[in-house]
Design a protein around this ligand. Structure first.
Ligand SMILES: *Cc1c(COP(=O)(O)O)cnc(C)c1O
Length: 434
């Protein structure tokens, strides 16, 4: 059997089993069962020939932790398995993952299409900082797939959306978007941070690359920045001449063609051997370890996150002082049908609402909360509250804030794992005591 047939024949374990075991085995020298933290920069070569073949990418192995590290490698295999991908590359943060994903695809002067409803930091990274590489983004409202078709151009190298968008419970129609990407011969990149692979697996719907801020639900305790790019292994990088970085000779490796040489591991090999080598945005081994621990309880945590969030959203929707709630778990949401299709186990734990009285009343609610922490993060075991317009989405124009669902009266919640009644009581007193 060749390795491919072997993989197809292997029994596929359930999600919860892979959450705990994928990529890891007892440490062979000591028998340590949990993955050790390899707090280590470099790895001894067997001899000169071994060193040369590692540097030529002819042998896989560890050279230097900017490129690969044994603890980080376990997390990479674990997340790839949970996403049903072929391989993955972990890096320092979610933003580093986005840079790494585009770095393999884009040449100066190229463009890509992105949803106008994204995490505010991503809108700024794409719209402002990527400009310095002469990478051009076109933000469109992806709710109507025709907008995406209309924005396509010959220099367009990817379509980027969030499966479940931060902050407002917007769900992207992944299947429709993947069909457009396929017709155009470009990859669909999906940021699956808010959904996690427990709630949504974008590759099943045709996504080619999946990116994560592992900072959020995957690590789950608010301890560790991190990011990950998962490659489905399904994209044919040689179907056109759009991706010379992956499917043309690479001068830095004596003319090596990544796609010819590594096939469905081309993107992941490139992301380590070129991306991490030259961008340097490596994930720290300690952060990988914390995130491995987070993955082990992902399904259990997401179930409770979603249940608490749905019930808090229902409470707010019925509250007389609340003007509106935007949460895809609620039947009143315009994204409820898409949520049932793409997120059947739950619509995540992050959503927005507005109180009557607008900005002033909203900031009071944020300040009055006692259990909810006022801070700029999501996906923590703790419940979190934030006013996006003055924080995460502050760098945007007011028009962009409105389009992203982060207007002046919007309050974002990330519902944690505390006792539901305590969360509801805290919000109730915060709203009722202006
Ligand atoms: C937080 C976040 C990011 C950025 O991740 P960092 O780890 O903070 O760099 C990207 N996308 C989404 C949806 C996020 O919530």
């Amino acid at each position: 059997m060749n390795p491919k047939e072997e993989k197809a024949a292997a029994p596929k374990f359930g999600f919860e089993t892979r959450m705990i075991h994928a990529g890891a085995q007892p440490e062979p020298v000591t028998g340590a069962r949990q993955t050790p933290i390899h707090q280590n920069t470099s790895y001894v070569f067997h001899d000169a020939e071994h060193a040369a073949s590692l540097f030529n990418l002819q042998t896989f192995g560890f050279i230097y932790s900017r490129l690969t590290n044994p603890t980080v490698a376990v997390l990479e295999e674990r997340i790839a398995s949970l996403e049903d991908g072929r391989g993955s590359t972990c890096c320092a943060s979610g933003h580093a993952a986005q840079l790494l994903a585009f770095f393999a695809l884009m040449e100066p002067g190229d463009s890509f299409i992105a949803s106008n409803r994204l995490y505010g930091g991503s809108i700024t990274q794409f719209g402002k900082t990527f400009k310095k590489f002469d990478w051009r983004v076109k933000f469109v409202d992806v709710d109507d797939p025709q907008n995406v078709r209309d924005a396509l151009s010959p220099d367009c190298k990817a379509i980027f959306v969030e499966s479940l968008a931060n902050p407002g419970g917007v769900v992207s129609d992944l299947e429709a978007l993947s069909n457009i990407a396929k017709e155009a011969g470009i990859p669909l990149i999906v940021d699956n941070t808010m959904a996690t692979p427990y709630l949504c697996r974008p590759i099943e719907w045709g996504a080619d690359l999946v990116v994560h801020s592992t900072t959020k639900f995957l690590s789950g305790n608010g301890t560790s920045l991190g990011g990950c790019v998962v490659d489905s292994g399904n994209f044919d990088w040689a179907q056109n001449d759009k991706f010379p970085g992956l499917a043309a000779p690479e001068p830095a490796y004596h003319g090596l063609n990544f796609y010819e040489t590594f096939g469905d591991m081309a993107f992941t090999t490139h992301a380590h051997a070129i991306g991490l080598r030259d961008l340097g945005s490596t994930m720290a081994p300690m952060n990988a370890f914390q995130t491995i621990l987070g993955c082990e309880t992902l399904a259990l945590r997401m179930e409770r996150h979603c249940e608490n969030a749905r019930k808090v959203a229902e409470f707010l929707e019925a509250h007389p002082a609340v003007a509106w709630v935007s949460c895809a778990a609620l039947p009143s949401s315009p994204y409820h049908a898409l949520a049932q299709k793409y997120l059947p186990k739950g619509a995540g734990a992050v959503f927005t609402f507005g109180v009557k009285g607008g900005y002033e009343a909203g900031t009071k609610v944020v300040e009055n909360c006692e259990i909810f922490s006022h801070l700029a993060n999501i996906g923590d075991a703790r419940s979190l509250i934030l006013h996006p317009a003055s924080t995460t989405h502050r760098q945007l124009s007011e028009e962009q804030q409105q389009a992203a669902g982060a207007g002046p009266d919007v309050i974002r919640l990330s519902i944690g794992l505390e006792t539901l009644e305590d969360l509801i009581a805290d919000l109730d007193q915060a709203i009722s005591n202006p």
